[in-house]
Design a protein around this ligand. Structure first.
Ligand SMILES: [Zn+2]
Ligand SMILES: [Zn+2]
Length: 344
Protein backbone atom coordinates (compact mmCIF):
# COMPACT_ATOMS: atom_id res chain seq x y z
CA UNK A 1 0.00 0.00 0.00
CA UNK A 2 1.49 3.32 -0.99
CA UNK A 3 1.41 6.26 1.36
CA UNK A 4 2.65 9.76 0.65
CA UNK A 5 2.52 13.30 1.90
CA UNK A 6 2.05 16.34 -0.36
CA UNK A 7 2.76 19.84 0.86
CA UNK A 8 0.15 22.05 -0.81
CA UNK A 9 0.94 25.20 1.14
CA UNK A 10 4.21 25.82 2.95
CA UNK A 11 3.81 29.49 3.91
CA UNK A 12 2.56 31.09 7.08
CA UNK A 13 0.26 34.06 7.71
CA UNK A 14 -1.17 34.42 4.17
CA UNK A 15 -0.92 32.76 0.76
CA UNK A 16 1.50 34.23 -1.77
CA UNK A 17 2.30 33.26 -5.37
CA UNK A 18 5.34 31.38 -4.07
CA UNK A 19 3.99 29.74 -0.95
CA UNK A 20 0.39 28.79 -0.31
CA UNK A 21 -1.07 29.01 3.20
CA UNK A 22 -0.89 25.93 5.40
CA UNK A 23 -2.24 22.70 3.88
CA UNK A 24 -0.93 19.22 3.35
CA UNK A 25 -2.41 15.95 2.20
CA UNK A 26 -1.66 12.46 3.43
CA UNK A 27 -2.68 9.97 0.76
CA UNK A 28 -3.22 6.27 1.36
CA UNK A 29 -4.66 4.08 -1.39
CA UNK A 30 -6.47 6.97 -3.05
CA UNK A 31 -7.98 8.28 0.20
CA UNK A 32 -6.87 11.83 0.96
CA UNK A 33 -6.64 13.26 4.43
CA UNK A 34 -6.19 17.03 4.51
CA UNK A 35 -4.23 18.63 7.34
CA UNK A 36 -5.02 22.36 7.64
CA UNK A 37 -6.82 24.30 4.97
CA UNK A 38 -5.49 27.84 4.61
CA UNK A 39 -6.95 30.29 2.13
CA UNK A 40 -6.38 29.18 -1.46
CA UNK A 41 -6.03 25.48 -0.64
CA UNK A 42 -8.56 24.55 -3.31
CA UNK A 43 -6.56 26.19 -6.09
CA UNK A 44 -3.40 24.51 -4.76
CA UNK A 45 -5.27 21.19 -4.95
CA UNK A 46 -6.27 21.91 -8.55
CA UNK A 47 -2.62 22.58 -9.45
CA UNK A 48 -1.55 19.29 -7.85
CA UNK A 49 -2.16 15.67 -8.85
CA UNK A 50 -4.64 15.28 -6.00
CA UNK A 51 -8.41 15.37 -6.21
CA UNK A 52 -10.47 17.38 -3.72
CA UNK A 53 -13.30 14.86 -4.14
CA UNK A 54 -11.07 12.18 -2.59
CA UNK A 55 -10.82 14.03 0.74
CA UNK A 56 -12.53 11.93 3.39
CA UNK A 57 -11.04 13.49 6.51
CA UNK A 58 -9.88 16.96 7.45
CA UNK A 59 -7.72 17.83 10.45
CA UNK A 60 -7.31 21.46 11.57
CA UNK A 61 -4.41 22.26 13.90
CA UNK A 62 -5.86 25.53 15.21
CA UNK A 63 -8.30 28.26 14.27
CA UNK A 64 -5.90 30.90 12.95
CA UNK A 65 -6.94 31.96 9.46
CA UNK A 66 -3.81 30.74 7.68
CA UNK A 67 -4.82 27.22 8.73
CA UNK A 68 -8.59 27.48 8.30
CA UNK A 69 -9.91 30.18 5.96
CA UNK A 70 -9.89 27.85 2.95
CA UNK A 71 -12.19 25.24 4.43
CA UNK A 72 -15.73 26.61 3.79
CA UNK A 73 -14.86 27.37 0.16
CA UNK A 74 -13.22 24.01 -0.42
CA UNK A 75 -16.24 22.15 1.00
CA UNK A 76 -18.58 24.16 -1.25
CA UNK A 77 -16.53 23.30 -4.35
CA UNK A 78 -16.45 19.61 -3.44
CA UNK A 79 -20.24 19.76 -3.10
CA UNK A 80 -20.62 21.52 -6.44
CA UNK A 81 -18.58 18.85 -8.21
CA UNK A 82 -20.26 15.83 -6.60
CA UNK A 83 -20.96 13.17 -9.14
CA UNK A 84 -24.66 12.26 -9.10
CA UNK A 85 -23.67 8.64 -9.70
CA UNK A 86 -21.81 8.39 -6.40
CA UNK A 87 -23.60 8.52 -3.06
CA UNK A 88 -21.76 11.16 -1.02
CA UNK A 89 -19.76 9.88 1.93
CA UNK A 90 -19.59 11.72 5.24
CA UNK A 91 -16.51 13.93 5.62
CA UNK A 92 -15.10 13.81 9.14
CA UNK A 93 -13.53 17.06 10.29
CA UNK A 94 -11.36 17.19 13.42
CA UNK A 95 -10.18 20.36 15.11
CA UNK A 96 -10.29 22.59 18.17
CA UNK A 97 -13.45 23.60 19.98
CA UNK A 98 -15.12 26.39 18.01
CA UNK A 99 -14.55 24.80 14.58
CA UNK A 100 -18.13 23.50 14.33
CA UNK A 101 -19.51 26.95 15.14
CA UNK A 102 -17.20 28.59 12.59
CA UNK A 103 -18.26 26.24 9.80
CA UNK A 104 -21.97 26.44 10.55
CA UNK A 105 -21.94 30.23 10.66
CA UNK A 106 -19.78 30.56 7.52
CA UNK A 107 -21.95 28.13 5.56
CA UNK A 108 -25.35 29.31 6.79
CA UNK A 109 -24.73 33.09 6.52
CA UNK A 110 -23.42 32.61 3.00
CA UNK A 111 -26.47 30.54 2.05
CA UNK A 112 -24.24 27.57 1.22
CA UNK A 113 -25.72 24.11 1.30
CA UNK A 114 -23.45 21.13 1.17
CA UNK A 115 -24.84 18.13 -0.70
CA UNK A 116 -22.84 15.71 1.43
CA UNK A 117 -22.94 15.12 5.17
CA UNK A 118 -20.09 16.25 7.37
CA UNK A 119 -19.34 15.81 11.07
CA UNK A 120 -17.11 18.10 13.11
CA UNK A 121 -15.34 16.37 15.98
CA UNK A 122 -14.06 18.97 18.43
CA UNK A 123 -11.01 18.59 20.63
CA UNK A 124 -11.42 20.15 24.07
CA UNK A 125 -8.33 22.24 24.77
CA UNK A 126 -6.98 22.62 28.28
CA UNK A 127 -6.80 26.03 29.95
CA UNK A 128 -3.00 26.15 29.90
CA UNK A 129 -2.75 25.59 26.15
CA UNK A 130 -2.68 29.28 25.26
CA UNK A 131 -2.41 32.62 27.08
CA UNK A 132 -5.52 33.33 29.18
CA UNK A 133 -8.32 34.67 27.02
CA UNK A 134 -9.88 37.97 28.00
CA UNK A 135 -13.52 37.28 28.83
CA UNK A 136 -14.59 38.82 25.58
CA UNK A 137 -16.32 38.04 22.38
CA UNK A 138 -14.34 34.92 21.51
CA UNK A 139 -15.08 33.26 24.84
CA UNK A 140 -18.78 34.01 24.38
CA UNK A 141 -18.76 32.54 20.88
CA UNK A 142 -17.07 29.38 22.08
CA UNK A 143 -19.70 28.87 24.78
CA UNK A 144 -22.57 29.14 22.31
CA UNK A 145 -24.16 25.92 21.18
CA UNK A 146 -25.50 26.00 17.66
CA UNK A 147 -28.57 23.93 16.85
CA UNK A 148 -27.44 20.79 15.06
CA UNK A 149 -28.33 20.48 11.39
CA UNK A 150 -29.39 17.15 9.96
CA UNK A 151 -26.67 14.52 9.89
CA UNK A 152 -24.04 13.36 12.28
CA UNK A 153 -23.36 16.05 14.88
CA UNK A 154 -19.79 15.01 15.59
CA UNK A 155 -18.16 14.17 18.88
CA UNK A 156 -16.54 16.24 21.59
CA UNK A 157 -13.18 14.67 22.32
CA UNK A 158 -11.64 15.31 25.75
CA UNK A 159 -7.97 14.96 26.61
CA UNK A 160 -7.03 11.50 27.87
CA UNK A 161 -5.04 13.02 30.73
CA UNK A 162 -3.24 9.81 31.67
CA UNK A 163 -1.72 9.56 28.20
CA UNK A 164 -1.73 13.28 27.39
CA UNK A 165 -3.35 12.37 24.07
CA UNK A 166 -6.68 12.72 22.27
CA UNK A 167 -8.04 9.52 20.71
CA UNK A 168 -9.40 10.57 17.32
CA UNK A 169 -9.99 7.40 15.39
CA UNK A 170 -9.05 3.77 15.20
CA UNK A 171 -9.87 1.39 12.41
CA UNK A 172 -8.34 -1.77 10.99
CA UNK A 173 -5.61 0.23 9.24
CA UNK A 174 -4.87 3.32 11.31
CA UNK A 175 -4.77 4.80 14.79
CA UNK A 176 -4.91 8.59 14.79
CA UNK A 177 -4.23 10.65 17.88
CA UNK A 178 -3.83 14.34 18.60
CA UNK A 179 -1.57 16.01 21.13
CA UNK A 180 -1.50 19.49 22.61
CA UNK A 181 0.68 22.28 21.31
CA UNK A 182 1.09 25.66 22.93
CA UNK A 183 0.32 28.71 20.87
CA UNK A 184 -1.67 31.97 20.95
CA UNK A 185 -4.77 29.87 20.28
CA UNK A 186 -5.14 26.26 21.42
CA UNK A 187 -3.31 24.18 18.85
CA UNK A 188 -2.91 20.47 18.16
CA UNK A 189 -0.47 18.14 16.46
CA UNK A 190 -1.60 14.88 14.87
CA UNK A 191 0.03 11.45 14.90
CA UNK A 192 -1.06 8.94 12.26
CA UNK A 193 0.10 5.41 13.01
CA UNK A 194 -0.47 2.66 10.49
CA UNK A 195 -1.03 -0.71 12.13
CA UNK A 196 1.50 -3.48 11.62
CA UNK A 197 0.30 -6.07 9.16
CA UNK A 198 0.99 -9.73 9.86
CA UNK A 199 3.25 -11.49 7.37
CA UNK A 200 1.79 -13.70 4.67
CA UNK A 201 1.66 -17.47 5.04
CA UNK A 202 4.27 -19.25 3.00
CA UNK A 203 1.78 -21.57 1.30
CA UNK A 204 4.43 -23.24 -0.85
CA UNK A 205 6.31 -24.36 2.25
CA UNK A 206 3.08 -25.57 3.85
CA UNK A 207 2.25 -27.64 0.77
CA UNK A 208 5.77 -29.08 0.79
CA UNK A 209 5.16 -30.12 4.39
CA UNK A 210 1.92 -31.77 3.31
CA UNK A 211 -0.36 -29.30 5.12
CA UNK A 212 -3.53 -28.75 3.11
CA UNK A 213 -5.40 -25.43 3.09
CA UNK A 214 -8.00 -25.31 5.85
CA UNK A 215 -8.54 -24.03 9.38
CA UNK A 216 -4.92 -24.87 10.21
CA UNK A 217 -3.84 -21.98 7.99
CA UNK A 218 -5.97 -19.56 9.99
CA UNK A 219 -4.58 -20.84 13.30
CA UNK A 220 -0.99 -20.45 12.12
CA UNK A 221 -1.72 -16.98 10.81
CA UNK A 222 -3.26 -16.13 14.17
CA UNK A 223 0.07 -16.98 15.83
CA UNK A 224 -0.83 -20.46 17.10
CA UNK A 225 1.48 -23.49 16.93
CA UNK A 226 -0.12 -26.54 15.29
CA UNK A 227 0.62 -30.25 15.74
CA UNK A 228 0.58 -32.09 12.43
CA UNK A 229 -0.66 -35.67 11.98
CA UNK A 230 2.95 -36.82 11.91
CA UNK A 231 3.37 -35.41 15.41
CA UNK A 232 5.57 -32.59 14.21
CA UNK A 233 4.84 -29.24 15.87
CA UNK A 234 4.71 -26.42 13.37
CA UNK A 235 5.25 -22.93 14.77
CA UNK A 236 3.93 -19.77 13.08
CA UNK A 237 7.49 -18.43 12.83
CA UNK A 238 8.36 -21.28 10.46
CA UNK A 239 5.65 -20.51 7.93
CA UNK A 240 4.88 -16.80 8.28
CA UNK A 241 6.76 -14.32 6.19
CA UNK A 242 8.09 -11.12 7.69
CA UNK A 243 5.44 -8.84 9.22
CA UNK A 244 5.02 -5.44 7.60
CA UNK A 245 5.62 -2.75 10.20
CA UNK A 246 3.20 0.18 10.19
CA UNK A 247 4.37 3.60 9.14
CA UNK A 248 4.02 6.75 11.18
CA UNK A 249 3.56 10.40 10.28
CA UNK A 250 3.50 13.14 12.90
CA UNK A 251 2.27 16.60 11.95
CA UNK A 252 3.15 19.33 14.36
CA UNK A 253 3.07 23.03 13.77
CA UNK A 254 5.99 24.72 15.45
CA UNK A 255 5.32 28.35 16.16
CA UNK A 256 7.79 31.10 16.06
CA UNK A 257 6.52 33.53 18.64
CA UNK A 258 6.66 30.90 21.34
CA UNK A 259 10.06 29.80 20.12
CA UNK A 260 11.48 33.29 20.30
CA UNK A 261 10.01 33.80 23.76
CA UNK A 262 11.95 30.80 24.96
CA UNK A 263 15.15 31.71 23.24
CA UNK A 264 15.09 28.72 20.86
CA UNK A 265 14.90 28.75 17.13
CA UNK A 266 11.90 27.12 15.48
CA UNK A 267 14.01 24.51 13.63
CA UNK A 268 15.51 23.40 16.92
CA UNK A 269 12.01 22.92 18.35
CA UNK A 270 10.97 20.89 15.31
CA UNK A 271 14.12 18.87 15.76
CA UNK A 272 13.14 18.17 19.36
CA UNK A 273 9.77 16.80 18.20
CA UNK A 274 11.50 14.68 15.54
CA UNK A 275 13.87 13.32 18.16
CA UNK A 276 11.01 12.46 20.52
CA UNK A 277 9.27 10.59 17.67
CA UNK A 278 12.54 8.90 16.61
CA UNK A 279 11.70 10.17 13.14
CA UNK A 280 13.77 9.08 10.15
CA UNK A 281 12.84 12.23 8.29
CA UNK A 282 11.92 15.75 9.40
CA UNK A 283 10.23 18.03 6.87
CA UNK A 284 10.23 21.73 7.68
CA UNK A 285 7.36 23.86 6.32
CA UNK A 286 5.11 26.77 7.37
CA UNK A 287 7.77 29.35 6.58
CA UNK A 288 7.32 33.08 6.83
CA UNK A 289 6.64 34.47 3.35
CA UNK A 290 10.02 36.21 3.42
CA UNK A 291 11.71 32.82 2.98
CA UNK A 292 11.90 32.29 -0.75
CA UNK A 293 11.25 28.75 -1.97
CA UNK A 294 14.33 26.64 -2.66
CA UNK A 295 13.40 26.58 -6.34
CA UNK A 296 13.78 30.38 -6.53
CA UNK A 297 16.91 30.56 -4.48
CA UNK A 298 19.73 31.86 -6.61
CA UNK A 299 23.23 30.42 -6.59
CA UNK A 300 25.32 32.24 -3.99
CA UNK A 301 22.31 33.13 -1.81
CA UNK A 302 22.80 32.52 1.83
CA UNK A 303 25.99 33.71 3.48
CA UNK A 304 24.47 34.97 6.67
CA UNK A 305 21.08 35.99 5.24
CA UNK A 306 18.51 35.84 7.98
CA UNK A 307 15.82 35.02 5.42
CA UNK A 308 17.60 32.09 3.86
CA UNK A 309 15.56 28.92 4.16
CA UNK A 310 18.70 26.78 3.96
CA UNK A 311 19.84 28.31 7.23
CA UNK A 312 16.73 26.82 8.89
CA UNK A 313 17.66 23.38 7.62
CA UNK A 314 21.18 23.85 8.94
CA UNK A 315 19.85 24.67 12.41
CA UNK A 316 17.61 21.58 12.46
CA UNK A 317 20.45 19.39 11.17
CA UNK A 318 22.71 20.68 13.87
CA UNK A 319 20.16 19.84 16.55
CA UNK A 320 19.77 16.33 15.10
CA UNK A 321 23.40 15.65 14.30
CA UNK A 322 23.66 12.47 16.36
CA UNK A 323 20.12 11.22 15.64
CA UNK A 324 20.52 10.21 12.00
CA UNK A 325 17.35 12.07 11.01
CA UNK A 326 17.24 13.49 7.50
CA UNK A 327 16.04 17.11 7.32
CA UNK A 328 14.10 18.27 4.26
CA UNK A 329 12.80 21.74 3.33
CA UNK A 330 9.35 21.78 1.77
CA UNK A 331 8.35 23.95 -1.18
CA UNK A 332 4.75 23.89 -2.38
CA UNK A 333 3.80 20.65 -4.17
CA UNK A 334 6.64 18.62 -2.71
CA UNK A 335 5.49 15.01 -2.40
CA UNK A 336 7.29 12.69 -0.02
CA UNK A 337 6.67 8.95 -0.17
CA UNK A 338 6.42 7.22 3.20
CA UNK A 339 8.07 3.87 2.50
CA UNK A 340 7.56 0.69 4.44
CA UNK A 341 10.53 0.10 6.69
CA UNK A 342 11.65 -3.51 6.39
CA UNK A 343 12.88 -5.05 9.59
CA UNK A 344 15.64 -6.92 7.82
ZN1 LIG B 1 0.21 29.60 11.17
ZN1 LIG C 1 -1.21 30.19 14.37
Amino acid sequence: MTMDLTFLGTGSAYPSPHRGASALVLRTEGDCWLFDCGEGTQTQLMKSQLKASRITKVFITHLHGDHLFGLPGLLCTVSLNLSPAQPPACVDIYGPRGLRHFLRVALSLSGSQLLFPYAVHELEPTADQCPPEPAGRRAGLLRRREPAPAGAPGRTIPLDAARDRYALLEDERFVVEAFRLFHRLPSFGFAVQERDRPGRLNTQLLRDLGVKPGPVYGRLKGGEAVTLESGRVLTPEEVLEEAVPGRKATLADGHRERAVEHGHSTPAMAAAVARACQARKLVLYHFSQRYRPLSLRAEGDGDGDDDDVVELRRQAEEALRDAGTEVVLADDFLTIPIPIKRLR
